[in-house]
Structure formats: C-alpha cells, structure tokens
Design a protein around this ligand. Structure first.
Ligand code: PEP
Ligand code: MN
Length: 332
C-alpha cells in the first residue's frame, strides 16, 4: 500500500508504522510517501486522519507501477528530458570502456557531429574473467569528466560495487547499475539515497517482477528517478550473445511508469545486428537507446565485436531518426 501523508503527520506515528508494518517512507515537497507491503490493504487507523490519498496493490510492484502514476516519469538527462509528454527518445552512446584520453576524444568528436548529448562509457568494469581489462577506474572517470566539459555532454557510467558507488554518484550525471549488480542491495540503497537519475539494467536472468522489485529498492528510499534498461536475457540460443526481450519491453510499457531504454549492443553482441534491433525498439516508442561505439572497434579492450565503427554508427542514427519520426518521436 502507498499512502500520501500530510507533511504535519507526527513523526512518532510514521515511526510506529515503520516498525509495525516494515514500512518505508520518504519526504516529497507536498507530502510524505509511506509504503508498506502490498499485503496491507487498509490504512492503519492512527494514520487515517493524516492520509491525503492511498493506493492498494495486488503485489509489491508499487512505486514503479502505472497504477500509482499513470503517465511516464519525466527525467531530465543533461539538456533533455525523457518521459512525460516530452516525446523524446534519447541516445546514450560511447565505447564499452574508457581506454584513454585520445580514444574518448576521438569518440566524442563524432558523437557530437551526430548530435549525441549523452556520453556513456565504463570505468569500473564488472568483467566475467579476472584476466581481462577491468577498466581505468578513477582515471577513467576523470577522463569522462573532462569530456563532459570539452563537449558539453552529460555522462553516464557504471557504479560496479560499494567501493566505487560514492565517487560515481559524485561525478556522473547518470549512474548506471549493470546487469550483474541488479541484485546488489548495497548499491541499490546508495542509489536510492541520492537524487541522480539511475540507469538500472535488467539482470540477464531476472524476471520482470524481480527487475521491478530492484527498482522498488531504489525508489522506496526516495529516489524516483529510475530509468529501466532492457539489455538481453539468457535463453537457450547461443548464436547471439543474449536474447533481446522486446515482449518484456511491451510489458514494462504497460505496467510501469518508468522511462524505458533499450540496449541492443549487449543483447546482440555482434555489430551487424544492432542497427536492426535499434530500429525495432525505436518503433515500439521507447524512451531511449544505449549503443556501444568505438573509434576503432578492432582494438577495443572489451566488447570489441559489438561496438559500432563511426560510419556504421552514423548510418544507424540516420535510419533511427526516420523510424522515430514515423511514430512522432524526436531523437535527442
Ligand atoms: C555495459 O553497459 O557496459 C555493461 C557492462 O552492460 P551489462 O551490465 O548490461 O552487461
Ligand atoms: Mn560493454
């Protein structure tokens, strides 16, 4: 159950609800939001006089649900907003990992030429093998901060774990939680305690319900600026890296109010299929795309097979714009 309480609700009553019902609460400008398990269907009697509005749910998908907020949340990412009635579809692009100043500079140069305003690259890389490139860490973040200034772009990078979440929150405009960290509750809590937009990637083995429960962990601490990102789930098929779950995207569009971004790069894992998937996802009326691109994919230190070369990236952007226009979306 979600309650919107009057700002003058006595603190001891809120604290009593937290203890009695394992509730969570956070303060907004005009109300205090209090969230209990969905098993609770009635307003605690002592809160009734202070309740402005209440919502009852079938399950614990509450703050993220379209039942609570029927229209898509508006979230501002740098110069542009997504969601609400913005009609915008944002492109977040960049290499898998920051490798050097020169690589990022070359990349930003062509991204800007294509009108891209959000630079995405990894500094703290969650790699499957310890014998592969783990990212430049803080040095990489410094390079991204320099790129933000030089090219006037918003920057998004992944907080891999509790050892780097604070520095990423401090420096990035948008904080990414990667597929492997979707169940990392310390990370979710830290992201819930800040007010930066959080790009929450779906774990490749998570159901949609588990995915939204992770979003609820962030939102129930007060940060409602969560962006969902479908990036492929593991299926029986191994010719492609993962399977892009566009059925899941349709389900999320219907059942949640959170902006939805699609990442065809990690789903496909091979450059040739990515423009097709990007166009298919665009046609669904999503809020954005995450695309990996590298000035010279052949020498990329991670995910080299899936990063688009500059020419392929440019051709993809042109074709996406045509699809977006056909459904009255504006690529930003
Ligand atoms: C990434 O976005 O660079 C990344 C590692 O993605 P994922 O967490 O989806 O594998
Ligand atoms: Mn990658």
């Amino acid at each position: 159950m979600i309650l919107h309480l009057d700002k003058h609700t006595p603190q001891e009553l809120i604290e009593k609800t937290v203890v009695d019902f394992d509730a969570r609460f956070f303060c907004k400008e005009k109300y205090i939001a209090l969230v209990t398990s969905s098993a609770i269907k009635n307003i605690p009697h002592y809160l009734a006089p202070y309740t402005l509005q209440d919502w009852v749910f079938d399950d614990d998908i509450q703050l993220s649900s379209s039942q609570y907020k029927p229209s898509r949340h508006t979230i501002t990412l740098g110069k542009n907003a997504i969601g609400g009635d913005s009609g915008n579809m944002i492109i977040m692009a960049g290499p898998c990992a920051v490798e050097s100043y020169e690589q990022m500079d070359a990349c930003c140069h062509y991204l800007k030429t294509e009108g891209i305003n959000v630079l995405r690259a990894g500094c703290f890389k969650p790699r499957t093998s310890p014998y592969t490139f783990q990212g430049l860490g803080e040095k990489g973040l410094e390079i991204m901060v320099e790129m933000r200034k030089k090219y006037d772009m918003a920057i998004v990078t992944e907080a891999r774990d509790a050892s780097n979440v604070d520095i990423v929150i401090e420096n990035a405009d948008i904080v990414q939680i990667g597929t492997k960290s979707m169940f990392d509750y310390a990370l979710l809590a830290a992201c819930g305690d800040c007010n930066k937009p959080i790009l929450l990637k779906r774990n490749y083995g998570a159901t949609l319900r588990e995915y939204l429960q992770s979003a609820e962990f962030i939102m129930s601490r007060g940060n409602e600026n969560v962006i969902l990102c479908e990036r492929g789930i593991r299926s029986f098929e191994h010719n492609t890296r993962y399977t892009l779950d566009l059925c899941g995207v349709a389900w999320l569009k219907e059942h949640t109010s959170l902006p939805i971004i699609v990442d065809p790069s990690h789903a496909m894992g091979i450059a040739y299929g990515i423009p097709d998937l990007a166009r298919a996802a665009t046609a669904m009326g999503i809020d954005g795309l995450l695309i990996e691109t590298h000035p010279n994919p052949e020498i990329a230190r991670s995910d080299s097979r899936q990063q688009l070369a500059p020419e392929a990236f440019s051709a993809m952007i042109k074709s996406i714009k045509r699809v977006a226009k056909a459904i009255d979306r504006h690529v930003v």
